[in-house]
Write a protein of this length. Structure first.
Lengths: 356, 354
């Protein structure tokens, strides 16, 4: 009798809980904080595409664009947390400290911070994409398509993510063409069309006939189009901005992750995670391959894409040497995530030093 | 019939009335823009100007935002009153923040009551040093201070970039462009638990009082006023022009530097690349909207501060693009300049003759 009562009490509680969750589920509201305007056709634009996917999945969303990483970020976050949002995506590295600070004050609100490394409270998750996998593809194309054997690379900041991209790109290019050199120009910006175009021009003047970029505007592909060299789109498919120059783009596809996480909040299954997804999980997408590329290169790239997705090929497979010739990854081994996350040395074949 | 007549003397009543008129016209035009964009104008204006400050927290955020604007604008009013066009407060803010941030980093993980005053002082000195460049170039080499001070803004931002990317970047921070967090002794104390408003507001308020005293109770204030009206008169009266130019630039630089200190040792707590959303430029609007009068500047800084907060609220609750905040700031300045026409001209309605 006693047991029965307890059991029925517990089961009714469970039922009540499930019902509440079900009732609440539809009301989950997600908020997105953007560093740039939604029309930048790069970083923020792609996050907003992801937000629209959340909307399409039946959830309410809010966004605030152009939020500077100054003292203002904290206020915007607090206001979003205060106005009934259940999960807040902060989509720029500079929001790391404000995100953790505000998360402490709102333990019931979930925070998802892109590209950061601090998870100081149980309600903070971080997520990033394995863009370096996409750069393995770009490197393969660049190494095949270059005639001058000089490849230009416009980089943003000397942080592990960018260094990793340069290395992965260079390794792949060397594999198909051992004579190539990667020349880097550091723009020290994520988005500044003027500076980016200048950087691209400097590289073209130094003989680069393929330009890769780790900054977000379309200025570089447009400069490449003007100069008659090849380039790759960044973050979104930039083909329409430079149809002749752009061979393909590496797209950031946040939608599936966003829908997943918002659903997890709705189901009550959300928990702290550090997500790092690549081509296999669909977070990194390769756009259509341009018809200027020879057919055998295109089929090679398609296969590489499939192998990267299945894990058969890893972007950092040994032997890998640094610029001085020291072994970084032994033959037959692949770099683990710890090494990738802290990568601060160039591989052999990259010209110049990492700015300190 | 309407006739426009030149006034014999600029009207004093109109002088303080036009800013109010400008704000009113901005509201009307803003409402109209919202209407054209398909938003309910009154609701939008409510979310823009009332909702953000409707509670204690919102009001404290307003004061937090207005503090640097007020401080910089007070400093600028010294320059503008005496015909010195210091456009580079943003650079002086940045350089002040660099110097004070450098000092704060020197005291990393150290505690002590003496740290904060040194950090604050360093910021003021940094701002003054940076403002002295256009001042000295103007007095001794006759350069144009508008250009020099403006160009130095970009230089200061590049210096900050270099420092946070390179030598001052957080050694444990994976080379991301930011410094370590300052120790608590290097941070301005918060005034209330749970609110971000900090002791920097007292710096701004002291600047208001001191500037009022200087403008209206001292010989220096009188000299500035005369130089503002006519440089020739000032020369004829035998005022030492060069000394005054340097002095007003130093005051202005110190205020901007202190505003920078308030940001980095207040809500931010470290140095990184974006320490100010162009406070130094927005403060120019604040200074003119406040008619270069200390009390006027207090009100003007509150009005302009709310356009920042309102833009965020309007986007969160009504999906109005956040950049409308800047449109509002632009409109305020535009209407102010336009309505200043009334200072010198009056509109007469003349009855039609039979």
């Amino acid at each position: 009798m006693h047991k029965f009562l307890i059991r029925s009490f517990v089961s009714s509680l469970v039922l009540l809980f499930t019902l509440t969750v079900a009732a609440v589920a539809k009301d989950v509201k997600a908020a997105f904080v953007y560093i740039g305007p939604t029309g930048d056709h790069g970083w923020t634009y792609q996050h907003d595409v992801g937000r629209k996917a959340v909307e399409a999945a039946g959830f309410k969303t809010t966004y605030v664009e152009g939020v500077p990483e100054s003292a203002d970020a904290e206020r915007v976050l607090r206001q979003l947390a205060n106005s009934g949002h259940d999960v807040i995506f902060t989509t720029s590295f500079g929001y790391m400290n404000p995100t953790n600070k505000v998360a402490k004050e709102f333990p019931n609100v979930k925070f998802e911070h892109a590209t950061g490394y601090k998870r100081e409270h149980p309600n903070v998750s971080t997520y990033a994409a394995r863009f370096y996998e996409g750069r393995t593809i770009l490197g393969t194309i660049a190494g095949t398509m270059t005639k001058s054997n000089v490849i230009g690379y416009v980089a943003s900041f000397p942080i592990p993510e960018v260094i990793r991209g340069i290395n992965s790109f260079t390794l792949a290019a060397q594999k198909v063409n051992p004579n190539i050199k990667t020349k880097i120009v550091w723009a020290f910006t994520w988005y500044d069309p003027g500076k980016e175009a200048e950087a691209a021009k400097a590289l073209i003047d130094q003989g680069a006939d393929v330009i890769a970029q780790h900054t977000d505007s379309t200025a570089i592909v447009q400069m490449a189009e003007k100069a008659g060299v090849y380039a790759f789109g960044q973050a979104s498919d930039m083909d329409k901005f430079a149809p002749k120059a752009v061979l393909t783009s590496v797209e950031n596809n946040w939608g599936p992750y966003y829908v997943d996480r918002v659903k997890a909040v709705a189901n009550g299954t959300w928990s702290q995670k550090d997500t790092w997804h690549g081509i296999g999980d669909g977070m990194v997408v390769i756009s259509d391959l341009d018809s200027q590329m020879p057919a055998d290169l295109r089929s090679k790239v398609k296969k590489l894409q499939a192998d990267l997705a299945s894990g058969k090929v890893h972007s950092f497979t040994g032997p890998i040497y640094d610029q001085k010739g020291n072994l970084m990854v032994a033959e037959g081994k692949t770099a683990d995530d710890g090494m990738l996350a802290g990568m601060m040395t160039y591989v052999k074949g990259v010209e110049g030093d990492i700015p300190k | 019939m309407i006739k426009i007549v030149k006034r014999d003397q600029p009207s004093r009543a109109i002088f303080f009335f036009t800013p109010v008129l400008a704000i009113f016209l901005t509201l009307v035009a803003g409402g109209l823009i919202f209407f054209i964009l398909g938003f309910k104008p009154f609701e939008a204006l409510k979310f823009f100007f009332i909702v953000p400050i409707a509670d204690k927290y919102g009001f404290s955020e307003l004061l937090l935002k207005a503090t640097p604007l007020c401080l910089i604008a007070i400093g600028l009013s010294f320059c503008f009153k005496s015909n010195n066009w210091n456009i580079g407060a943003e650079g002086q803010l940045t350089f002040g923040a660099i110097v004070s941030g450098g000092v704060a980093l020197l005291f990393y993980e150290q505690e002590g009551f003496y740290i904060l005053p040194i950090v604050i002082l360093a910021g003021a000195i940094g701002g003054m040093l940076y403002a002295s460049i256009p001042a000295i170039l103007k007095t001794y080499f006759n350069t144009n201070e508008i250009l020099v001070s403006l160009m130095l803004v970009y230089v200061s931002k590049l210096i900050l970039d270099y420092l946070v990317v390179g030598p001052w970047s957080n050694p444990e921070g994976f080379n991301f462009p930011e410094t370590r967090q300052f120790s608590d002794s290097a941070k301005l104390p918060l005034l209330f638990e749970g609110l971000r408003i900090h002791a920097g507001i007292f710096l701004a308020l002291s600047a208001v009082v001191i500037s009022w005293f200087v403008f209206y109770k001292t010989y220096l204030g009188f000299q500035m006023k005369v130089s503002g009206f006519s440089l020739k008169t000032a020369k004829y009266a035998g005022y030492k022009g060069k000394k005054m130019i340097i002095l007003v630039f130093l005051i202005s630089g110190a205020c901007a530097g202190l505003a920078g200190v308030g940001e980095i040792t207040g809500p931010i707590g470290q140095l990184h690349r974006e320490i100010s959303p162009d406070y130094g430029f927005t403060a120019i609007i604040v200074a003119f909207l406040g008619r270069l009068h200390p009390v006027g500047i207090i009100f003007a800084s509150l009005v302009v501060a709310i356009t920042y907060l309102g833009a965020e609220t309007a986007q969160i609750f009504m999906q109005i693009p956040k950049y409308t905040g800047q449109v509002f700031q632009g409109m305020i300045l535009f209407f102010l300049l336009a309505s200043d026409y009334l200072l010198f001209f009056k509109i007469k309605f003349i009855g039609s003759k039979k």
